[in-house]
Ligand binder design. Structure first.
Ligand code: 5GP
Ligand code: ZN
Length: 114
C-alpha cells in the first residue's frame, strides 16, 4: 500500500517527479539528494515496504540486489563500491521506505564509525 506521506511512494507513483536511472517492474533507482560519495544512488522498491526487516518477498529481494549491481556497473564502479541498507532506528534509517544505497567513485572509509 502506498503511503501518501511517504516520499519514496510519491516518487514511485510520479506524484513527485524524479529522474530515474533505472526502472523495472519491481524497483527504481534515483540519485541521492544529499550524495555522500561521487556515486550515491538509491535503489527503491516500487511498493511500500517499510524496511529490510519486513522484506519477505524473495522476488523483490532479488530485483533489488540485481538492480544495485547493475547500477554499480552502469556507473563504472569496477574499482569497488558499497551497498548499505540502513534499517530501523539503530541502523540509522531516516526514510521509512526500504532502499539500498549504492556508494562508490572514491575509496570509501571504514565500514562503521565506532
Ligand atoms: P536512510 O538514512 O533512510 O538510509 O537514507 C535516506 C536517504 O534518502 C538519505 O541519504 C537522503 O539524502 C535521501 N533522500 C531523502 N529524501 C530524498 C528525496 O526527496 N529525493 C532523493 N533523491 N533522496 C532523498
Ligand atoms: Zn513508501
Amino acid at each position: 500500500m502506498a503511503a501518501n506521506d511517504c516520499i519514496f511512494c510519491q516518487i514511485s507513483s510520479g506524484a513527485i517527479p524524479a529522474q530515474k536511472l533505472f526502472e523495472d517492474g519491481h524497483v527504481f533507482a534515483i540519485r541521492d539528494i544529499r550524495p555522500q560519495a561521487p556515486v550515491h544512488v538509491l535503489v527503491i522498491p516500487k511498493r511500500h515496504v517499510p524496511s529490510l526487516w519486513e522484506l519477505e518477498d524473495e522476488t523483490l529481494a532479488g530485483a533489488l540486489l540485481a538492480a544495485a549491481a547493475r547500477i554499480a556497473r552502469d556507473e563504472g564502479l569496477a574499482e569497488g563500491w558499497r551497498l548499505i541498507a540502513n534499517t530501523r532506528e539503530h541502523g540509522g534509517q531516516e526514510v521509512p521506505h526500504l532502499h539500498l544505497h549504492v556508494l562508490g567513485g572514491r575509496k570509501l572509509g571504514r565500514m562503521l564509525e565506532r
